[in-house]
Write a protein that binds this ligand. Structure first.
Ligand SMILES: C[S@@+](CC[C@H](N)C(=O)[O-])C[C@H]1O[C@@H](n2cnc3c(N)ncnc32)[C@H](O)[C@@H]1O
Length: 254
């Protein structure tokens, strides 16, 4: 079972808006023409690329994400999973994977496949969350800790498959796929979200925090929710939080 099973709608209403923060930069740093978005999720990036006049294809491993992307993006949306894409060598001018290679079983094989489908001189653009604890995750971790939430067993990749979740780690991943990095930097973005929406995303099972919460007893879940509300009430304005996030970002030429 994939970690994205059954959470697409909860993701769309919560963490998807955080991931959308990188879309303008991903589009401005990649060439016009044929664009492939891999791990397309809600389809927001594919739709934005199409709105710029690009010919867009999108793929996602999860069938519910494929359905969401199909609703939003006018281009072809297929179900496919890295490291196997159903496209020929060099088929695209621009290939994006926004917060995807941090979720795959074999990141190096995944990025090699992204490179394969990019034409020589075309660009692959990648984002991941870095290994630190962002502001939203600190709020959730503190609420979990106060409520006595029990952590799930670690789900890290084996050391030979894993890579450092940092700008340097992502740059190294691109280089290992014979791509030439042209941008490698950290992107800092504010994320504005209603605190109810953030909690519903977690209670809907999104990400490690969501899976952890769903594994608790009803009493512990209720206590975690109460602690989260207490902690976020003074930080919110009219129920809305503005939180700082930071991503590693690499654009590389094929
Ligand atoms: C954090 S979400 C990002 C979604 C979208 N790119 C965005 O920016 O909102 C990760 C996405 O990657 C997809 N995914 C996970 N493993 C994948 C794989 N091996 N191949 C393709 N997509 C995958 C998930 O189904 C999910 O839609």
């Amino acid at each position: 079972m994939s970690t994205w099973d059954g959470v697409a709608e909860a993701y769309r209403r919560s963490f998807a808006t955080m991931c959308e923060g990188t879309v303008p930069r991903l589009l401005s740093d990649t060439p016009e023409g044929h664009h492939l978005d891999v791990g397309s999720g809600t389809g927001a990036l594919a739709a934005a690329a199409a709105a710029r006049g690009r010919t867009v294809a999108a793929v996602d491993a999860d069938p519910q994400m494929v359905a969401l992307s199909s609703d939003l993006s006018p281009g072809a949306v297929l179900r496919a999973a890295l490291p196997d894409l159903p496209f020929g060598d060099g088929a695209f001018d621009a290939v994006t994977a926004n917060f995807v290679v941090n979720h795959v079983a074999d990141p190096r094989a995944a990025v090699s496949e992204l490179a394969r489908v990019t034409r020589p001189g075309g660009r692959v653009a990648l984002t991941i969350w870095t290994s630190g604890t962002p502001q939203w995750a600190r709020l959730v971790a503190d609420a979990f800790s106060a409520a006595g939430v029990v952590s799930l067993p670690g789900q890290r990749l084996s050391p030979e498959l894993d890579f450092a979740r940092s700008v340097e780690g992502l740059r190294g991943l691109a280089s290992s796929a014979d791509l030439a990095p042209v941008v490698a930097t950290e992107l800092r973005m504010p994320w504005t979200i209603a605190r109810e929406a953030l909690w519903r995303g977690i209670a809907g099972g999104v990400g490690v925090a969501g899976r952890t919460l769903l594994a608790q007893t009803p009493g512990v879940r209720a206590a975690a929710e109460a602690r989260f509300r207490e902690a976020t009430e003074p930080l919110s304005v009219d129920g809305v939080l503005t939180l700082q996030t930071s991503a590693a970002y690499v654009v590389a030429e094929a």
